[in-house]
Design a protein around this ligand. Sequence first.
Ligand SMILES: Nc1ncnc2c1ncn2[C@@H]1O[C@H](COP(=O)(O)OP(=O)(O)OP(=O)(O)O)[C@@H](O)[C@H]1O
Ligand SMILES: [Mg+2]
Length: 260
Amino acid sequence: MISPDSSSVTASDPSTSSATSASLLARVSNPDYVIRVKDLNHYFGEGETRKQVLFHNGLDIQRGEIIIMTGPSGSGKTTLCKRLRSVSVSREHIRLDNYFKSPRTFPRKGAFRNWERPSNLKFDVLLKHLKMLRSGKKVHTMTFPKRAGAKREPIILNPGSIIFVEGFVLFKDKKVRDMLDLKIYLDIHPDIMLSRRAVRFGAAHVNDYDTKVAIPEFLKYGVAQKRFADHIVDAGRSQAEVIKEVKMLIKRHMGRGKSR
Ligand SMILES: Nc1ncnc2c1ncn2[C@@H]1O[C@H](COP(=O)(O)OP(=O)(O)OP(=O)(O)O)[C@@H](O)[C@H]1O
Ligand SMILES: [Mg+2]
């Protein structure tokens, strides 16, 4: 009865249907919904014993709105996605970090393995997962532990009304880019990138890998992504200020979607 392929279905008469009728199955071709049922009635029994048990109920399964946070390492993408819980109860968080190929395949830059190249990432797998989530399917996948020797753990990604995806070069792949609904670039100066990474990884790492690989590679591949962003947010401010602005952008975007 509920067909995601039909554009609009008018109700059958309750007296002729077996037990359930939806007086209007709204346009499921509407890009905001995978399935939308309005005015659902359900009956038990026949003749005098016939009883109505559902009265004009509705069901909305929204299509996942894909919202992206990109920007340099240390711009706060992961922290922000974790803290954006209150925007929607039905939301999922995807980390591009879990889509790395085997580090053995990465090119080298000087003495280092270069983790910063977009070609190190499995965009084809990410694209498949985004399509599955958008069509309402669960995704079973694995974590990618960056630390040598750490075990991969299973992850289940659930379809939701908002799918946050965060990573450092997310706009690089055109097919992925074309699926994104709201693209936010968290902007910080390389000096802030270095100071935040120094807290996480230690000063020695920053003086070595970061200045020789991470910063030059980000300036080459990462900064160029700004031109694809819908919004560039100054992420050098306090977390509270950044969260406030990003929440406002998401709410405005979702509100616009509903009136489409
Ligand atoms: N607005 C902010 N002000 C100060 N510190 C912040 C801010 N946002 C994030 N941080 C801190 O910076 C560090 C990096 O944040 P986070 O891991 O979220 O960055 P990221 O963009 O996900 O980086 P990566 O690309 O390396 O994963 C963390 O220690 C976090 O607490
Ligand atoms: Mg991160």
